[in-house]
Design a protein around this ligand. Structure first.
Ligand code: DGJ
Length: 552
């Protein structure tokens, strides 16, 4: 009698019962990730760089599940899987897949190949030690950097072969698609100078801009990132010429040149992998500190002002993704929705704010996922807030997926800690004004009874009073009914056309269980300021459904 594993292998080989390959599809203006045939929102967490070996990670899986993650974003190290050239060892990858599956979690794999945060620290020793075969980028003084130059076909093809082998292995070893997406390289960038000065790079820089880039820019002129268009126009908006003729002699043009080289190399790697297994793929970027010039930050990566160069050179990538460690989360997240780029945030600061930034990204920007960094090291109070926020995302996933891309959702987030102006949101025929309250109030203040639900109270989870973040999302359920989810929000409302006034017909707190709304209590009296506003109290994540009406 054939074993079960053997029967399963036969079924998969014949296409019988093979799970549908994860992929992307459009819904209105949103792009949705499809997993197991269903749209999926990633409640993710990215592992710290050196935590991706199964033996080391073993103890952390219960903690990862308890934070309400559904996906772990995990590195695959080129130097570990190919310690000798051509001899591939996928034990670490297999271990991750088995452990993730046992915890009912998915994986997004990060290919730490040629580049990791600009550097080439994850290339195998046999690459590091063979500078003739695998040439490095050079600085203006002719010194080699620990960054492989993107201008060399041998490096590119050697990386592409290893990456293709990984994807081929996944095809055989992961028929259930525990792995749902793959990041190609990590935070590519050129530093501490804007441009590689090796002889191959100098030669390419003196040559003409490839027609493929010029054609792309001409065809997409109306949608180009304004910064790129400005650099091109400032140099005369030429249809052809050398890099300095087309983009000027400054660092901005040098960065465009490097972006093309990095993206073209990444394209070869990604395409080789996709030819084996066509999972969705993306590249991520380290963002720019204010005032920094190309060369001072990891330049030429998939940054918002270079999005068109990356798209032109690397069509095998489905999208470009930001690693957001800055306070102005909404600013950077919005830049990554430019010209239809689907938003996935593979890395974010592991702070209490992550919990509300996630809600904002899903509500405002149709994000397909959000994932704080070094998740296995998450501690209180950030861990408690994230757990509670991801619980809301889990409850709301069917609703969000139904409404995404149709102008029926919004994100609620204070522009900055200093900003005192309420956020104004227009949804349907209503205008909402949202104020944010970070500090947790005393449990009993004058005339205000605050009921702290034990199941997701940030305070119960160890949050300090005053440390609670504020933010959330809202969904239009129908013309006059809205859902609010979040923490520390006070919302007033008016009919959009003016003329009439608005009141509350009913405010209900509850939760979704398997997509079905379950009533907890009606909120009225002090909890709505006697009908004047909706309030999601500070220090505790909650969901409310609100019915509005108009009166004269
Ligand atoms: C961004 C990188 O992509 C991560 O791998 C890690 O190095 C973090 N920075 C550290 O903050």
């Amino acid at each position: 009698m054939k074993s079960f594993a053997c029967l399963l292998a036969l079924a998969v080989a014949s296409g019988l019962g093979a799970a549908e390959l994860p992929h992307l599809r459009r819904q209105g203006t949103a792009t949705q990730l499809i997993v197991d045939g269903q749209p999926f929102l990633i409640r993710g967490g990215e592992l710290g760089n050196s935590s991706g070996e199964p033996g080391y990670l073993k103890k952390s899986w219960p903690k990862l599940s308890a934070m309400n993650l559904n996906t772990v974003v995990a590195p695959v190290y080129w130097d570990v899987i190919e310690p000798e050239e051509g001899k591939l060892d996928f034990a670490t990858v297999d271990g991750l897949i088995a452990d993730a599956r046992a915890s009912d979690l998915h994986l997004v794999l990060l290919w730490f190949g040629t580049w990791k945060n600009s550097m080439s620290c994850y290339v195998p020793a046999w690459v590091k030690l063979d500078q003739a075969r695998f040439p490095r980028a050079q600085d203006a003084a002719g010194r080699g950097l620990e960054i492989l130059s993107p201008l060399h076909a041998v490096s590119r093809d050697t990386d592409a072969r290893a990456f293709a082998a990984l994807m081929r292995h996944l095809k055989a070893a992961d028929p259930e698609h525990t792995v749902i997406m793959v990041q190609v390289e990590n935070e590519i960038g050129m530093i501490p100078e804007a441009r590689d000065r090796s002889s191959a790079a100098e030669k390419a820089f003196a040559a003409a801009v490839p027609p493929a880039l010029m054609d792309y820019l001409a065809a997409h002129r109306a949608q180009l990132a304004p910064e790129l268009l400005a650099v091109w126009n400032a140099a005369g908006g030429k249809a052809s010429g050398t890099w300095t003729e087309v983009f000027g002699a400054g660092p901005a043009g040098e960065e465009i040149f490097m972006a093309w080289q990095f993206a073209a190399y990444t394209q070869t790697v990604a395409a080789a992998g996709k030819a084996e297994l066509a999972l969705p793929m993306y590249a991520n970027a380290a963002l720019i500190r204010p005032g920094y010039q190309p060369g001072q930050y990891p330049s030429a990566g998939p940054l918002p002002h270079l999005i068109d160069v990356w798209r032109a050179a690397a069509p095998a990538l489905n999208f470009l993704a930001p690693d957001i460690y800055f306070q102005n989360f909404s600013y950077w997240a919005q830049l990554y929705t430019r010209s239809g780029n689907p938003l996935f945030i593979p890395e974010a600061m592991r702070s209490p704010e992550a919990s509300v930034n996630a809600l904002y990204a899903f509500g405002a920007l149709d994000a397909m996922g959000f994932s704080p960094f070094a998740i296995e090291s998450n501690t209180e109070p950030a861990a408690g807030f994230l757990t509670a926020s991801f619980d809301l995302v889990r409850q709301l996933t069917p609703l969000l997926l139904e409404k995404q891309g149709r102008g029926l959702t919004a994100g609620l987030l204070q522009e900055s800690a200093e900003s005192k102006q309420p956020q104004q949101v227009r949804l349907g025929g209503w205008i909402f004004r949202v104020s944010f309250e970070r500090a947790a109030p005393p449990q009993l203040a004058d005339g205000l009874a605050v009921v702290v639900g034990a199941e997701n109270s940030a305070l119960a989870a160890g949050g300090r009073a005053g440390a609670a973040p504020a933010g959330g999302l809202m969904v239009a359920l129908n013309d006059d009914e809205f859902l609010f989810a979040g923490i520390g929000l006070t919302i007033t409302f008016d009919p959009a056309g003016g003329g009439q006034q608005a009141g509350l017909l009913g405010v209900e707190e509850g939760r979704y269980v398997d997509g079905q709304w379950q009533h907890l209590r009606w909120l009225n009296g002090d909890q709505t300021h006697q009908g004047r506003h909706v309030r999601l109290e500070p220090g505790r994540f909650s969901i409310q459904r609100v019915k509005l009406y108009r009166y004269r």
